[in-house]
Structures are given as C-alpha cells and as structure tokens.
Design a protein around this ligand. Structure first.
Ligand SMILES: [Zn+2]
Ligand SMILES: [Zn+2]
Length: 269
C-alpha cells in the first residue's frame, strides 16, 4: 500500500528525540513514503519556558538540517514545518515565527493547560492526581478550540492528547469535541491521525474513533503523523491509521505546500 505523508517528525534540537532529519528521510524512503514533513517543537518567546524544545537561536539550524535532508534525498518530497504550542496570548509570537521561514504548514498543539503543566509530560504525571479529568479535558478542549479558531495553524496535533495516561472523564465529552470541530471546520483547519498514541499507555491513535467519526461528519479534513522522535518511528502504524480513517468514512487526506493544501485520495487498504 502507498502510505500517506508522515507530517509529524522531530529532530534532536528538541532535546528528547534522536537522529538527524536525513536519517528520518532515509527511513521514509525505505518504507516507500513519497513525502514527509518535519514539525519539531517550536521555540517559545522565552527559552526558559521549558526544556523540551529548540531554543530560538537554533531555528535557523533546524531549517538548515531539514534542507540538508532535502539535498541528501532529492527524490523524496520533504516539507518544512513546526509543531507550535498554543497557549492563549501566544498569537503574536506565533505570527513572528510564521514570518521567519518559508514554512509549508504549522501543526498547532496544546500540551499545556496552564503556563506550568504540560498534561502529556511523564515527569508531571502526578499533577493528574486530585484533578477531575473532565475539568482538565474541558480546559484542554477550550484551548484547542481557540487554537483552531486562530487560523494560525493548518493542522491540529494529537487532538485528544489528554487520554495519553488513561485519565478519561466519566462524562460524555462529545460537546467538547463538536465545539472544537466546528471551529476547525470554520477555519479549514485539519486534524491529524497521530499514531504515537499507540506507543503510549492509552494504546490508541489520537484521536479516538468516536472523535474521528464526528470530525468526518463535520467535514474536517485529515493528515497523518507518526510523531516520530527517532528514525525507526517514521510511518509507524500508518496502515492502521489509514484503515481507521477509512472506517470513519474518510476518502481523502490533505497535503500542504507553502501553506496551501490539496486533497489526495486515501490509498486502498
Ligand atoms: Zn516531542
Ligand atoms: Zn505534541
């Protein structure tokens, strides 16, 4: 099967990934992928915000490493992107980042539900204790909805990330999902099928089949990402992701070039 592009891959500049972009590209060629995209964790305005992203003064180096991968593998289409953290109030900073390089797309991700708690950070897992999961998910989806409203992002990353460690609300989360999806539909923002969830305690692709069925009904387009933090994770579980997309009624995925999208038919399964 032809696999769709892997649009979510990291580099060692984020301090928790291994392998140079050219090695990820070599792995993609091995798998028969025709296109990939690097979307490493973007710098924050303040480099001391946390310790799991590139510093601002490394942004040019990041772009150069992606360009080296392009030079090394001229037959592979390699997109230049960032996974950008969305927190309310960051919009001007994100616009500044957007103006600095010829990005193909931005993935907008919410990891933080306050200025100091990234809900997916294994070293902060104890912060889930004593919290009502529904309250955390509500803040998360409120911010994710805002992210989708900004038009700063082309793709929303790992949309139901709060499930990572298995802290799932007892309440019905459908209203949280439909509100976010209405915002995404309104701005033409895609959601990604992110296979990293299969490698985490939740053991499920982000987002869930229920979320994805709502996304399809809302006509929100999709992309695919492995969230690779090492070359051997490129394209991981993409066959399962394509099957999931098809089972939810999707027939196409999006490709991005210079922030413009085209819809491509999903490969047969
Ligand atoms: Zn990461
Ligand atoms: Zn992420």
């Amino acid at each position: 099967m032809n696999l769709p592009p892997d649009y979510h891959m990291h580099t060692p500049l984020c301090r928790h990934a291994a392998g140079e972009p050219t090695q990820y590209a070599a792995r993609a060629i091995q798998l028969g992928l025709a296109e990939i995209g690097f979307s490493d964790h973007s710098p924050m305005r303040r480099d001391d915000f946390d310790n799991w992203r590139m510093r601002f003064d490394q942004l040019d180096d990041y772009v150069e490493r992606v360009r080296k991968a392009r030079r090394d593998h001229p037959r592979l289409s390699i997109k230049l992107a960032l996974e950008v953290d969305y927190l309310p109030g960051q919009e001007d900073w994100i616009r500044e980042l957007a103006a600095r390089h010829p990005w193909d797309y931005f993935i907008g991700s919410v990891h933080y539900v306050s200025s100091s708690w990234a809900i997916d950070d294994p070293s902060a897992i104890s912060k889930w204790q004593g919290r009502d999961p529904f309250e955390v998910w509500s803040i998360y989806f409120d911010w994710l909805t805002k992210a989708a409203e900004t038009r700063l992002f082309h793709i929303i990353g790992h949309a139901d990330l709060p499930k990572k460690f298995g802290c799932i609300p007892k309440q019905d989360c459908t209203p949280l999902f439909t509100r976010m999806l209405a915002a995404a539909k309104g701005t033409g923002t895609a959601v990604e099928l992110n296979t990293a969830g299969l490698r985490k305690p939740c053991r499920e692709i982000y987002p869930s089949p229920a979320f994805l069925a709502l996304a399809q009904a809302a006509q929100v387009p999709i992309t695919f990402g492995s969230d690779a933090h090492a070359p051997d994770e490129v394209g991981a579980d993409f066959t399962a992701a394509v099957q999931l997309a098809r089972s939810c009624g999707y027939t196409h995925f999006l490709q991005f070039s210079a922030r413009q999208c085209t819809a491509t038919p999903l490969p047969g399964v």
